[in-house]
Design a protein around this ligand. Sequence first.
Ligand code: NAG
Ligand code: NAG
Ligand code: NAG
Ligand code: NAG
Length: 323
Amino acid sequence: MDFNRLYGRVLTTVFIFNGIAEVFAFLALKGSTVQLICPYKHTVAGTLDWSFKSRTATSPTIYTVGKTVVSFLPDELKQRLTVTGNHIIGEYHLNISNIRESDQGTYECLTGGKIDQQALNVIVGPTNISIENETSDNKIPGKEGQDMTIKCTAVGGQPQPDIKLVILGFTYTGDQSAQHTFKPQRTNDGSAITCQAGYTEINFYPLITEAYIHLMLKPIITPFVSDTLSTEETKSFEVSCLSTGSRPAASMHWLLGQKRIDVTSNSSSQSNKEPSTQTYSVTSNLKYRVDRSYNGQKLICRASNVVDYMETLLTLNVKCKSN
Ligand SMILES: *[C@@H]1O[C@H](CO)[C@@H](O)[C@H](O)[C@H]1NC(C)=O
Ligand SMILES: *[C@@H]1O[C@H](CO)[C@@H](O)[C@H](O)[C@H]1NC(C)=O
Ligand SMILES: *[C@@H]1O[C@H](CO)[C@@H](O)[C@H](O)[C@H]1NC(C)=O
Ligand SMILES: *[C@@H]1O[C@H](CO)[C@@H](O)[C@H](O)[C@H]1NC(C)=O
């Protein structure tokens, strides 16, 4: 990864040499190289010098005089400082490599009585990112038509990283975490969710994760071809009912008459997983015999799973024994 250009300029309030002021602050990623540019050029007299004051220090420390890094600085710091730019035209930029948290503070360049101050804020990137309740095969479980919350959280990061969570083409943002609650529809099943953690100001998003919406789906009953079932009281009738598109497989029930007597035990059902959609089709066949008292009453087929249920019904037309 190229850390060299990972910094940007943002307006912030910082503590400077003599109090508080609004100055431009650089955001720099830990480990990157920053180039501080003095808006003034060195002209004939004197030198262009850089000094630094950390937030806790009481006075600034001289870092460079002209093109020389001062000798009394600690070795690890001296090694990371370079005066760059074209000195012939008066440019004396201060490069700081392998940025550390201790480099955070205010930098001042001074030449010919002119002073410029700029602040440097050091960013430590987040270490991990995760979507809550994501399964090991990158699925985010939900139920069709029921509130679903997708929440993405980053671990670590200083300052708090910006989170960019993209769900169904919409972006939701937050600090350290972002979330969105919605009622997913059947068509949202399998949609990819992405989440990034990083820093908007420097357009740096080192962490990204992707997962897929995985819904439990309600059963859909195919209506009966005719809404009346004609039978004879001496004979058993046979009727079948089909439910499709459910996940998990629907359980099928048969309910008879005003009292909704459960006659499911006289039925048998068969379930099939559709490979293309990973949903279930379930067919239930009922074999049953009713007497005249059920004439005009309803026979209900009910398909249900953990998400929802659906019913469809038939009106019984029971004929007397024909002879
Ligand atoms: C100074 O920093 C700039 C910006 O990061 C970089 O392009 C350049 O190579 C650096 N020069 C030296 C000598 O470190
Ligand atoms: C990141 O988080 C995920 C989910 O919480 C975890 O499984 C994984 O081990 C973590 N990775 C690291 C490098 O910590
Ligand atoms: C994750 O699962 C737990 C346990 O089922 C639940 O309490 C929590 O609300 C879920 N989180 C999200 C974001 O849905
Ligand atoms: C229900 O099934 C049982 C066992 O197959 C059968 O004996 C009985 O007659 C059936 N009941 C009706 C009302 O059809």
